[in-house]
Design a protein around this ligand. Structure first.
Ligand code: TYD
Ligand code: MG
Length: 455
């Protein structure tokens, strides 16, 4: 049998390999991305990361010497909080988020705070020119500390060598998509390039004991070069989320080798950059309309942080054709399901009406515990009866119309009480010693009767 032919061509977008050149990648469908595999580089598809040679021995390392990883505070509270105190020396953190959400702003503030303590900080500006970064920093602080050094470079090998030589305490690379590895085929930002560049920088961080924060862009239609691709390579993955048209941003931890992933920071974008919101629940509900139908307060859990949020609904007679369902901050599929449950299990037939639902404030209410609030906001909007403004609700709604338990109910109830809600509708079984303020509901019908009748 003849030996199997090795693939000779690779797609620079998705890394698929082919025997023959084609104009369009058969895997990802991209045009003009198929390139011949370079004899020296991509043939192996690997980067040399060790200097192992035949016959060479290695020295064992005791884990007791390395396990107590102390954290160095950055001095920028939102980052320190989610990292559980700060960065571990030699660790690599990936900061992801959609373009324009505020990643560069956040890191500029972190760099300024870290440099204030006088350690050496290296800021690699692959995406923006140093003058652009300097302008932003000046706007944020007035003057730039001399300990903050800029490197206007995109060559990952050169950046990695600089980190190894200079050994700064913290290196910020904005962004990993702008880097290129000179020995790897593909354009900057392609999967193979992003992986190779991140690999080089990670290795430099570990060897020189420098903490690195890498920025990773997330595309609107997926996370091609975002957290998933590099998750296994880095120690920590942070995500900055929010709606660009709204003020609030949430900084959360998706993976953390040195601590909990439950901490979140709630931030607001101001003229002076991102600042921490001290009482996010109060901020999120302060603009809600009182005595207006279709509005209700619920409690969302972000990690182990309870956040109050207003859900708004509007129901109008449908025009011609398929009724419109629009939502923001809520999963569209979930909304369709809840409309069906409302119709079949609670007798609220809106299948022929246009329904609009909005999680006010620009945050995402994708937790199942938001179901009850979405249903009650719709029920209130249909009947045009306002829900009592001191009522808050939470609970998942099942297909049978039953209200199912939500996680950590006591924290949610406490947050509602702290903000003056004196009637809290909760799933049955959420509380062992009921108070007069807390009303347990078993079904959606029950919850509608309890909240709309009392108003
Ligand atoms: P940026 O941090 O560049 O986003 P990313 O790096 O995630 O692409 O900027 C996000 C937006 O924030 C940008 O439209 C300008 C705005 N912004 C402010 O509102 N205040 C500020 O102090 C700064 C620096 C930016
Ligand atoms: Mg940026």
């Amino acid at each position: 049998m003849a030996p199997r032919a090795e693939p000779q061509f690779v797609c620079s977008k998705c890394d698929a390999q082919f025997l023959r050149w084609t104009g369009r990648c058969g895997e990802c469908g991209a045009w003009s991305t198929i390139q011949e595999i370079g004899a020296a580089s991509a043939e192996s598809g690997r980067i040399e990361t060790t200097d192992a040679k035949p016959g060479k021995t290695v020295t064992f390392q005791s884990l007791t010497e390395t396990s107590n990883a102390p954290k160095q505070s950055i001095g920028f509270e939102p980052l320190d909080r989610v990292l559980g105190g700060g960065l571990v020396d030699g660790s690599v953190t990936l900061l992801s988020g959609e373009p324009g959400i505020g990643k560069s702003t956040l890191l500029a503030q972190a760099a300024l705070a870290a440099a204030a303590g006088d350690p050496s900080i290296l800021y690699v500006t692959g995406e923006e020119s140093p003058s652009q970064v300097a302008l932003r920093l000046k706007r944020l602080t007035g003057q730039i500390p001399s300990t903050l050094e800029f490197l206007d470079a995109t060559d990952a090998a050169m950046i990695s060598a600089t980190i190894r030589e200079q050994k700064p305490l913290l290196t910020i690379v904005d962004s990993v998509q702008s880097l290129f590895h000179p020995e790897i085929a593909g354009v900057a930002g392609s999967i193979s390039q992003v992986k190779a560049c991140a690999g080089l920088i990670t290795e430099a961080a570990k060897r020189s004991n420098t903490s690195v924060i890498l920025v990773g862009q997330v595309n609107k239609d997926g996370d091609i070069a975002g957290p998933r691709l590099l998750e296994h390579l880095v120690d920590t993955v942070l995500m900055l989320e929010g709606d660009q048209d709204h003020r609030f941003r949430i900084l959360r931890v998706l993976k953390h080798r040195f601590g909990s992933t439950e901490e979140v920071s709630v931030l607001t974008m101001t003229e002076q950059g991102l600042s921490t919101v001290d009482d996010p629940s109060a901020e999120l509900i302060k603009e809600r309309p009182i005595q207006t139908s279709g509005s209700i307060i619920t409690c969302l859990m972000e990690g182990h942080r309870p956040l109050l949020m207003e859900i708004q609904a509007l129901v109008t007679p449908a025009g011609y054709g398929t009724p419109v369902r629009r939502c923001s901050g809520i999963d569209a599929g979930r909304l369709g399901l809840l409309i069906a449950v409302l119709a079949r299990r609670a007798g609220i037939n809106i299948l022929d009406k246009d329904v609009y639902v909005n999680a006010a404030g620009g945050l995402k209410a994708k937790e199942p515990a938001m179901d009850l609030a979405i249903c009650l906001a719709i029920a209130s909007a249909v009947s045009d009866v306002a829900i009592d403004p001191k009522t808050a609700v939470f609970g998942e709604v099942g297909l049978g119309g039953e209200v199912r338990p939500a996680s950590i109910p006591h924290l949610r109830m406490k947050e509602c009480e702290r903000h003056g809600f004196n009637r809290i509708l909760v799933p049955k079984g959420s509380i062992t010693d009921p108070t007069s303020q807390i009303v347990e509901v078993a079904t959606l019908r029950d919850a509608i009767d309890q909240s709309l009748v009392s108003s």
